[in-house]
Design a protein around this ligand. Sequence first.
Ligand code: HEM
Length: 497
Amino acid sequence: YVWPSPQLDALEAMRWDQNRFGIAPLIRPCDLFIFGPANSGRSNAADWIRTAYHDMATYNITDGTGGMDASIRFAAEQARPENAGDGFANTLNVLQPVSNRYVSSLLTSLTLIRIAAAQKLPSRGGRLDAAVPNQPGVPEPQEGLDSHVASFSRQGFTKEEMIGLVACGHTFGGVQHATFPTIVPDLHDSNNVDSVAHFDTTNTHFDNNVATEYISGTTLNPLVVGLNDTTNSDKRIFGSDGNATMEAFAQSPDLFASTCANLFARMLDTVPKGVQLTDVITPLPVKPNTIKLIYDALTETIAFSGEVRLWDVPANLSRVVRMLWDDRSGSTSTANNITLSTGSIIPIGSRHTATWYFFNLFPLSASSGVSSIRFVVDGKLEDQQGKGFAVNDDLVFANSSCSMPADGTGTFDVAVRKDVAPTRVYLEQTSRDSTSRPIIVEIDMTPKPVDSSKAYAIWSANVSSTFESYTIGAEVGGVKITRGLGMSLNQFGECSS
Ligand code: HEM
């Protein structure tokens, strides 16, 4: 995709740049469980994967209802017997706060699956959080094989795919005594105080041991060798094709990994009818980030700062990264270039690196502004195949914005370029609706008297929090536009009176 695209930029960062933008600390080490002691026997990873499946399993391929839409966040869904346990509430407690106008509540859980299961799994965005709970439909262990086959068929999976998906899910975690006391007894194990009977011996890792142990007859999977045969659903499912699929998985870790990557991708992309997923999101080789423009009316300048990420470039301390920019008229003066500060290298798992270069607050003439930037990396031009990286200087925060620490309030000033003529300018604040979906609340701004000697006019609004982050919104020619990096008042000075 072409940068900038606020939604794809956010999804790309969440998917690929986990160390900087999100959830890596919640899944490393693999057995991390933040809702209980280290010896609980449980893990965040297992909870999140089960959550993703239970969210999807309501899908009805006939009418396109249900599917991946974060409806599992509704208490009414979590209260159903098919959703026994606190794993869903735990998952949502962690992931919902990370969601925003561009990233749905369950996206991070999906991201985790992609990271855990197969880095190469294609990743798409565009899922939407449901407004109401879905119909029930998650399979339960006491059901017979025919019922499970019918259930997976309704979800869009064949019998063979059912065997695969269950094996791929059940390489993580296990069955808890507290939730399923008739399947798992109290284990009286000080290394597993929640008495979780794990599906395989490597329950926090993605590997084919669920299959090798099943085929070799050493499995302790409680849904295969449980004392009550009625709830041995994995035994019935795994054996339903004469063990052909499980044999093949046991013989080939690669086949297991690639099959699971496919099936997980299918599971994650099973969305309600009408939801349009994006193209596969791949990491941008060169990605500007945190581009910040701040107008100063006293000096008629714009302070300009930001950073750029180079993806998967070799470590090289002597690399020279320069930035060139076009002013608003599109012309590039040879003076419009700067060498960026030496990068910091952030490993992304064991497979990728992100190397960051920075530029800091240098003033541009407000009458010339900036329209586009490009980079030169060790002499090679990086400009999105000639398109450049567009930068908007039409609506920017003004440094006359100020806070009053005494009462935690303050004033935002937004500078509006005089040729723009918006009918409305407002601050955008992210809030939640009654079902916890992110929504944007608009705080109207009022124009100040115009100073004809300046390139920008100022619009103002008082806000009651110096910590809340706002972006800029405006209506121009009947169209709503969003601008700016989110900023809070405590990033500006104190008000003088
Ligand atoms: C017939 C189909 C299935 C049945 C009857 C079934 C049943 C169960 C049961 C009873 C548990 C124990 C939950 C607990 O104690 O908290 C469980 C755990 C789990 N299931 Fe399934 N499951 C099925 C399919 C799947 C699929 C398709 C996936 C994923 C693709 C999946 C992923 C998981 C995971 C990751 C756990 C471990 C949760 C944890 O340890 O916290 N399951 N399953």
